[in-house]
Design a protein around this ligand. Sequence first.
Ligand SMILES: Cc1ncc(COP(=O)(O)O)c(C=O)c1O
Length: 421
Amino acid sequence: MNSSQIIELDSKKPLLIDPDRPIYLDYQATTPVDPQVLEQMLPYLTHDFGNAASRSHAYGWTAEKAVDKARQQVADAIHADPREVVWTSGATESTNLALKGAAHFYSGKGKHIITLRTEHKATLDTCRQLEREGFEVTYLEVQEDGLVDLKAFEAAIRPDTIVASVLFVNNEIGVIQPMAEIGRILRAHKVLFHVDAAQALGKVPVDVEAIQADMMSLSGHKMYGPKGIGALYVRRKPRVRVEAQVHGGGHERGMRSGTLPTHQIVGMGAAAELAVQLMDSDAQRIGKLRDRLLKGIQERVEETYINGSMEHRVPHNLNISFAFVEGESLIMALKEIAVSSGSACTSASLEPSYVLRALGKSDELAHSSIRFGIGRFTTEAEIDATIELIAGKVGKLRELSPLWEMHQEGIDLNSIQWAAH
Ligand SMILES: Cc1ncc(COP(=O)(O)O)c(C=O)c1O
């Protein structure tokens, strides 16, 4: 069994860390269900277990009422009409439905799609599938700060472009794309706009009218709701059509069949409402913690680099490269902190993060990066302990690195001819 570890903090009580419950700084991978959300979900697992599609008795009516309320809550959170909300199993499914659904429906108009290189795999892999079906996809480069160049974006639009998909807030580097400007460009060219807002709701104001989104993917578990539930916003005016990808009983106005998971939906609705209510206070508190973490790391550790724009970024994310340290080794050495290198979806492989590569980072720096995700339940003591642990572990790992030693001796590593192998 692992034993607990005590971290001494300046001027504060020591923080006791149970290695089976490391400090959680991976809020972009997932969030815990907020206790207020859970409380609202529970009755729908037991007492109010009815099927919302059972129209002939009170069990069904109770479930239907709960689903309607949640639909309204999600619609209100994004300034939409409840009839524009389609329940799905998460943002992956929403994005599949949006892109495949629109591509299939509008394929007579054109077969070209635009997206960014730094999108989530839910978008990139869906686009790859559409390419296999004969669609053509432009994967636009981003600038060094992770933001798209609007002129390049507009220039990519062709007469046969039917849909463009852009990530509102990036899951790896937290940068916020200029959504209103992108929306304006796409509407002027009559191209449909799909927004992946999985990491945006509760972090920045999300308004489908302000950004002229035609479709928007949302996820419950990124905003303190349960896993396995998401939604797709599909605009009614002007009407957007998507071809169903899941067939069955014709639920969700034929766009997505399957019995509705009432408890999950109730959780998603409650989480969306709470996310909007707490957005400003969460951002303020989390912003202070992020600044504390950054300052602490920069004061204690040399040769660190921030990935992604600091100006156009949510405070919930900090992505830092620690030069001369291999990220995976650092994460392995940091058993007391739960963080991720690159995105959780790619961390199973040793490929450097494609998002960081798209910012022009070298493989070495991309490999040595850590994503810190700060959230609603992060404390100041946890941040201080993290700084302490990072400073200690980076120092130790660098002591073992011959490259670090050469760098300390002032040798220009770029001037060295490495043997090929
Ligand atoms: C930006 C973004 N889009 C989509 C997804 C997929 O969401 P879900 O887990 O709800 O399918 C995620 C989660 O990893 C994400 O961060």
